[in-house]
Design a protein. Sequence first.
Length: 247
Amino acid sequence: MNLPACHSRRLLAGERNVFFCAHPRLHALHDIVTTAVCKSCCLPTDPPPNRFRSLTACPDHLRQRSDLQLVIARYRENVQWRYQFHGLSTTVYDKGDARAENPLPNIGREAHTYLHHIVTHYDRLAPITVFLQGNPHAHVRNLCEKIWNLPADPGFQDLCDHVLVEDRHGEPIQRGLPLERCTRRYLANRPRISLSVMGPRVSPSRGRMYCAVREPFTNARWSWWSIVRWAPGRSSGCGSASSKRGW
């Protein structure tokens, strides 16, 4: 790496191709620059500035991974937390604001959002996709640590830290949810799956936030995913709950 000497370039721990620029006249996102920017910059030939910027950014702001994408299912949550992952490709689908960049109809909860992304990005899914709710911290502790430390091939991982236990009527988490009826309808054409797995009390999920590699999605035909996408919006409002239990 042959870069010109620079009074304003600061090395970052664990990084070889990005740097912090302390020069007040250079403006970049979080003051992070690449080797290409450094090679084309004219500031190193100028006298040093009277004052340099301080390296105050959180280390998570400085990380980058080209193999990982975040998919966020938002309704009206504050998703400013996503900026701590500025080094990742991030897509936010919004069911609470029709003027948003990626608006979706308010049906099917986060399951419909996840499936929408799989269908519309089937041919260009990231090597690893992380599916998150608008407020993931309610179910996932140490979110930054978990995402940045994902291995190159995580397979399928549930990111949540606890199990939501419900009975056949959705008690106590989703009171009044006709879980048994919805699940019977969802499994009607799936003879290999038995309703007996529900038992008197079931542990259906941990909060429905996952990471997964691309291959399990592309191993199934696009036409199959395009049909499944609409399942969460059906079954009298509880299709999302039942379909996620059938994945």
